[in-house]
Design a protein around this ligand. Structure first.
Ligand SMILES: O=C(O)c1ccccc1N[C@@H]1O[C@H](COP(=O)(O)O)[C@@H](O)[C@H]1O
Length: 207
């Protein structure tokens, strides 16, 4: 994390859009390994894309309900720095990922997070929390009213963000960072370099 808001552009699958995110000033680029997404990449493709990512920018792998040893194996092979575990991964899965040397992001649907007790939250040893809409990658916006003042750890807002709505969402919730995928696409699963630039510019314009 830097002093400024952390920005992740997720669901990248081409060299051009990785370069666009890096050149725009994103802090992290994300690659989806979870099955069944229009953005899913193979380990071979991800490895080629990660090779383009300069040092200092997080290369994040998004995984969902995969065996943690497999996840760690893929992440090491591909050269990821960060694991975003976006399913029902356990406390011990996070511990395993951290022990293997990865920065970890615990991604949870905002509604589920709000139902957790303080003890349940504290059990997870992650580096960052990410709060998303109920269906990841669907472009659905989290209702800011449900979250305002209810998160007391470093956290990333995700879910339905776009260049047009991110300023208002950040002003309402003051997250430590933001994550976008479908909001910077021109078609389902197809990233748009101009939208990536607009998104980063919009976030950086917030005092
Ligand atoms: O992007 C996907 O298809 C995806 C699939 C499975 C797990 C997570 C996925 N993406 C994550 O979803 C959020 C928000 O996406 P969006 O901006 O609403 O489209 C983000 O954290 C992505 O990393």
């Amino acid at each position: 994390m830097t002093d400024q808001r952390w920005i992740k552009i997720c669901g990248l699958s081409t060299p051009e859009t990785v370069d666009a995110a890096v050149d725009a000033g994103a802090d992290a680029v994300g690659f989806v390994f979870a099955a069944g997404s229009p953005r899913t990449v193979t380990a071979d493709l991800a490895k080629e894309l990660v090779e383009r990512v300069p040092e200092g920018i997080d290369a994040v792998g998004v995984f969902r309900d995969q065996q943690i040893d497999e996840v760690v194996g893929i992440a090491s092979e591909v050269g990821l720095t960060t694991l975003q575990l976006h399913g029902r991964e356990s406390v011990s899965d996070f511990a395993r990922a951290r022990d293997a040397g990865f920065f970890t992001i615990r991604a949870v649907a905002a509604a589920d997070y709000l139902r957790e007790t303080a003890e349940q939250r504290a059990a997870f040893d992650h580096d960052l929390l990410l709060l998303d809409a109920a269906v990841p990658g669907s472009g659905t916006l989290v209702d800011p009213a449900t979250l305002a003042g209810r998160v007391d750890e470093a956290w990333i807002l995700a879910g339905g963000l776009t260049p047009a709505n991110v300023v208002a969402a950040v002003q309402a919730l003051d997250p430590d960072g933001v994550d976008v995928s479908s909001g910077v696409e021109s078609a389902r699963g197809v990233k748009d370099a101009a939208k990536i630039r607009s998104f980063v510019e919009a976030v950086r314009s917030i005092p």
